[in-house]
Design a protein around this ligand. Sequence first.
Ligand SMILES: Cc1cc2nc3c(=O)[nH]c(=O)nc-3n(C[C@H](O)[C@H](O)[C@H](O)COP(=O)(O)OP(=O)(O)OC[C@H]3O[C@@H](n4cnc5c(N)ncnc54)[C@H](O)[C@@H]3O)c2cc1C
Length: 503
Amino acid sequence: MRLPQQVEHLIVGSGFAGLCVAIKLTEDGETDFVVIEKADDVGGTWRDNTYPGACCDVPSQLYSFSFARNPEWSSSYSPQPEIQAYLQTIADEYAVRDKTVFGTELERATWDDENQVWRCRTTSGDVVARTLITGTGGLSEPRLPDIEGVETFTGRLFHSARWDHTVDLAGKRVAVIGTGASAIQIVPEVQRVAAHLDVYQRTPPWVIPRNDRRYSRLERLGLRRVPALARLYRAGIYWAHEGYVPAFTWQPRLGAPAQKAASINIHKGIKDPDLRAKVTPTFQLGCKRVLRSNTYYPALAAENVDLVTDPITRITATAVVTGDGAERSAEHPVDVIVVATGFWTTELPIAERVIGRGGRTLAEEWSAGGMSAYKGTTVHGFPNLFMMTGPNTGQGHTSVVFTIESQVAYLRGALRTMRERGYAAVEPRAQAQRRWNSDVQRRMRHTVWNTGGCSSWYLDMHGRNTVLWPKSTFTFRRRLARFDVDAYDVQVAQPTPDREAVA
Ligand SMILES: Cc1cc2nc3c(=O)[nH]c(=O)nc-3n(C[C@H](O)[C@H](O)[C@H](O)COP(=O)(O)OP(=O)(O)OC[C@H]3O[C@@H](n4cnc5c(N)ncnc54)[C@H](O)[C@@H]3O)c2cc1C
């Protein structure tokens, strides 16, 4: 598909969020929209993260659309190829590909207040849109560590989200930098083939057992043939996960049994007391993302693996150097470095590219106080902008897909209201946005993320948690169930919209 010059709705990104928006707009009879995607396929996270061992850490039954359940998942936590295949199938079944312009990156979107439209510059040309809907993801842009000498390394180095499959790790000396969600999936796979593996840890995570199992043919048949059973099963998993919310948001002591399970996981996987001590976190479970694995600790305990906890000071042509002085300094020779240091989460790259009513980018708007939005979706000063997985919409305990569907319902309500009442633009009032965020931040004070004794990627440079939602996801859904136009300033459309003039 070619990029049109003008559309009613421009959707950016084709991961879970972009696909969901496109599908639901189509269901509402909207035809005048286009999806732009900078890569050459749909899938987002699941197209990009092809590292060995990649899989979801929320059960697949829940980590899929409620309107497109998949009875064919092979196991309770599906591997990346299955999730990517699922998203590709959805894109085909709902004909989203026909509405997508691939290889097209949004470079800049500027609000034109006179004509009440977004003027967008992309790598495939310019497009004017009434609404701008971003599905650009919170974990999309790899974050590389700023280590002295990294450019002098003569071996192979790549980020976990850009895995270089041309590199054969068999018999190599490999370094994995980071011990987050991706790293704990990568380490057991690399340990099996590498001659030697150094794992560089700054802060150990809590890792609970992953109760993964393959579905039998009979179970899959049941899920396929009896939709009520599939719905019930999914609902059971959803409510079991919501059970974590009080421990995260209200009374961190309730997380003690899970922390006990994580401690037992360490003891089962590792015999060496020194190594056990090194991997035991000093903060409360939940403060950083809780990870799931049965194989991470045994891999760390393997003969060919060293867990390095001294800080990395520099990288040379052939080694990683740790330690702060001559005595403690050590050089670790390495052939391949895998950087698993996460993503830009609190300074979203898209924020640099969206320019609002006052001529300021979202990033500038947020520079003083950190990211903030109304209901995690709309932003004062940025009319007709709808951000999927915007500020304070993430969770540490359940599926992002549930949140995306809640936001898409809110977006549909907004578009319906605009259509029915003839509004050209809607923009949340500053006061409504302030009130929403002060409530979110007030709730945040008692969460384990703020009181659990860790520093995490949930916190921005001001120490504010602008990533997570501090209540249950059903509360989020309820709060976004209806488009509350009273909280918005609206602009009525001109009687005879002159599309030519606008373009
Ligand atoms: C390894 C890994 C495992 C995860 N596991 C889970 C899990 O188990 N459960 C869970 O709930 N969440 C998980 N997540 C979080 C995951 O990111 C979300 O669940 C979900 O995939 C986000 O979907 P999205 O569509 O919002 O964003 P993404 O999947 O990140 O998609 C964003 C899309 O936008 C495109 N894009 C970005 N900028 C532009 C631009 N300027 N112009 C055009 N296109 C652009 C990107 O190319 C991409 O295709 C995981 C994340 C990672 C990295």
